[in-house]
Ligand binder design. Structure first.
Ligand code: AHG
Ligand code: MN
Ligand code: MN
Length: 319
C-alpha cells in the first residue's frame, strides 16, 4: 500500500508543494490527537471571543488555528496564510511560493457532541518580491494547485487533489502515515440523497423552496423517485459522504441577513470543496455561477453553495 509521501513523489507535484502538504497534514495529525483527548485535556467549550465574522469561537477553533498557523508560517515554501479564524492574512516568507487558505476546524458545533469535524485547505501558487498583502490572494478558485480536507471521524482521513483526480488516504496510527485507500474517486452523475438545513426553508428563495419541495414529494411528485436526507452539520462530513456514495449538498442563499450571500466561506470552504467535486466528476455552483470562476472580493467573503452529483446540480439550477 502506498503512503502519502510516495504518492506525492510519484506525481508531478513540485517539491516545494510537497513540503507545504507535508506540513499541513502533519499538523492535522496533531490536531486529530488533540481532538481525541477531548474533555480530558480541557479543550472543549467556548474560547470566550468572536472571530472577524462575528461567530463565537470554540477553544478548539483557536487551538487548531494556532497549530496550523505556527507550522505553516515556519515553512519556507509558504508566502502567506489566510484563515477563517484570523482577521487578516498572515504573511510568512516573502520568497515562499504558496498561499494557503484554511478552515482550521469545520463543523465546530459538532465538537461538544463528539461528532465529525475536519480541517479544510486550499493552496495557490503566488510569488512576488514584496511581503504579501490581502489583494495578492484574491485569486479565483480555478487557480488552486491543490485542495483537500482532513476528516476527524471514526478514522482520520485525508482527501486530496493536486489537480489530477481525488485520492483518499486513511491515517495509520501504528505507522504515523496517511495510506492511500481510495484512488481516483468518482461521484455518480445522479443521486437520490440530498443535504440541506431544512429549518431555514422559509428564508430561501421561492425557486429553492420549489426544488426542495419536489425532492420531498418523492415518487408522488414530478421527480418520480424517493429521496433520502442527511445533514452532518459539518460541510466536511457532508462532502465526504457525497464523495463516498453520491448526493447533493446545498447551503443556499437566504434572506436571514441580506448582507450575507450565504453562510459558507468562498476561500476556506466553497473553493476547496468545489475543486474536489469537479475533480471527482461532480459540479459546484452558486445560484448563478460556477464557484471556481468567482473573482473573490475579500478573503472572508461568503457564497451560496450547491455541489455534488452533476445532473442533480443541473436540475437544482434549472429551478
Ligand atoms: P464552521 O464550523 O467552520 O463555522 O462551519 C460550519 C458550517 C458548515 O460546516 C456546515 O455545513 C454548516 O456550517 C452547518 O450549518 P447549520 O448550523 O445551518 O447546520
Ligand atoms: Mn467551516
Ligand atoms: Mn471553522
Amino acid at each position: 500500500m502506498q503512503n502519502l509521501p510516495d504518492v506525492l513523489a510519484a506525481s508531478a507535484t513540485p517539491k516545494t508543494l510537497q513540503d507545504v502538504l507535508t506540513v499541513t497534514t502533519d499538523t492535522c495529525i496533531a490536531i486529530s490527537d488533540a481532538l481525541k483527548q477531548g474533555s480530558l485535556a480541557g479543550i472543549l467549550g467556548m474560547a470566550g471571543n468572536e472571530n472577524v465574522q462575528g461567530e463565537e469561537q470554540k477553544k478548539l477553533d483557536v487551538i487548531s488555528n494556532d497549530m496550523l498557523k505556527e507550522a505553516l508560517v515556519a515553512c519556507p515554501s509558504v508566502r502567506a496564510i489566510a484563515s477563517e479564524e484570523e482577521d487578516y492574512i498572515v504573511p510568512a516568507n516573502t520568497q515562499g511560493e504558496y498561499f494557503i487558505a484554511f478552515d482550521p476546524l469545520d463543523g465546530s458545533s459538532n465538537i461538544d457532541i463528539n461528532a465529525m469535524v475536519g480541517t479544510i485547505f486550499s493552496i495557490y501558487r503566488q510569488t512576488g518580491d514584496k511581503p504579501a498583502v490581502e489583494e495578492d490572494f484574491l485569486i479565483p478558485g480555478k487557480e488552486q494547485v491543490a485542495a483537500g480536507y482532513v476528516l476527524y471521524g471514526p478514522s482520520t482521513m485525508l482527501v486530496l487533489t493536486t489537480g489530477d483526480g481525488v485520492n483518499m488516504f486513511t491515517y495509520d496510527p501504528t505507522k504515523n502515515v496517511f495510506t492511500l485507500t481510495n484512488q481516483n474517486v468518482q461521484v455518480g452523475k445522479d443521486t437520490q440523497e440530498f443535504a440541506i438545513n431544512m429549518s431555514n426553508q422559509r428564508f430561501w428563495s421561492t425557486n429553492m423552496q420549489n426544488y426542495v419541495n419536489d425532492l420531498v414529494k418523492g415518487k408522488e411528485g414530478i421527480r418520480d423517485k424517493n429521496f433520502n436526507m442527511r445533514w452532518v452539520a459539518a460541510m466536511v462530513g457532508d462532502v465526504h459522504r457525497i464523495l463516498c456514495r453520491g448526493g447533493i449538498f446545498i447551503y443556499p442563499w437566504d434572506n436571514k441577513d441580506p448582507s450575507k450571500a450565504g453562510k459558507l466561506r468562498l476561500m476556506y470552504e466553497a473553493n476547496p470543496m468545489a475543486m474536489l467535486l469537479e475533480q471527482a466528476g461532480g459540479k459546484a455552483h452558486t445560484h448563478t455561477q460556477r464557484i471556481l470562476d468567482i473573482q473573490p472580493e475579500a478573503i472572508h467573503q461568503r457564497v451560496a453553495v450547491i455541489l455534488g452529483a452533476a445532473n442533480e446540480v443541473d436540475k437544482c439550477l434549472s429551478y
